[in-house]
Design a protein around this ligand. Structure first.
Ligand code: DGI
Ligand code: FE
Ligand code: FE
Length: 192
């Protein structure tokens, strides 16, 4: 892999912070992010780094997440308090800034919005969102449908994935983050 030696320190950190499953997932998302960056004309190295680090806070326990928010002075909205699956994206972005001293705002945002999306996503944000769902480690039933869609269009892939997320959150009667709905509305509204 072209960037794995350069980012050996990040890979070592992932080994320490993540379980085996999440470690392999992160490596797969980094690889897939490079494939998508090549396909859609984005910076491959930025895509690799964002993919590698997107779930860096995924294995923090509930209490550790809340502690991290408190020490970083992060205030969660009511919806976010009731959406623990979204927490690792918020803490992950903060971890990149504070602990890893990453200053590239696009990489930080790609981690921050990889779970929900948002209105006006950058190309890198879209690539990480889709790489997360289409890496070689993913095996859910529709994964090949999504892989096929993103051979042509990142935006159509996002609409497909957001449709799935919103529908399944509704069916489980879980809160939908406003960023998730804003991403959906934005992409549907700008569809050609
Ligand atoms: O961290 P991963 O498992 O690789 O993937 P992810 O960061 O995309 O997280 C997916 C989970 O996040 C999935 O269980 C659905 C949940 N999720 C995504 N959008 C929302 C959400 N949960 C709530 N409550 N609200 C959302 O808008
Ligand atoms: Fe995640
Ligand atoms: Fe992930």
């Amino acid at each position: 892999m072209e960037f794995s030696e350069k980012y050996a320190d990040y890979i070592k950190l992932l080994r320490e912070r993540l379980d085996d499953f999440r470690f392999e997932h992160s490596m797969a998302v980094a690889r897939q992010a490079v494939v998508l960056a090549e396909r859609f004309g984005e910076d491959k190295e930025k895509a690799y780094v964002a993919g590698l680090l997107h779930d860096i806070c995924k294995n923090l326990k509930r209490e550790e997440q809340l502690q991290f928010f408190s020490t970083s002075a992060i205030m969660l909205t009511e919806t976010e308090k009731n959406s623990p699956k979204v927490w690792h994206a918020i803490s992950g972005a903060q971890f990149l800034k504070d602990n890893l001293k990453i200053t590239d705002q696009d990489i930080i945002n790609a981690v921050r919005y990889h779970t929900t999306g948002r209105a006006g996503m950058s190309k890198l944000e879209k690539i990480i969102y889709i790489a997360d769902l289409t890496g070689l480690d993913r095996t859910y039933p529709d994964v090949d449908v999504l892989r096929k869609i993103v051979e042509e269009s990142l935006d159509e892939g996002l609409i497909y994935a957001l449709k799935f997320t919103v529908t399944s959150l509704i069916s489980k009667e879980q809160p939908i983050h406003p960023d998730t709905l804003n991403a959906y509305n934005d992409l549907i509204g700008s569809r050609k």
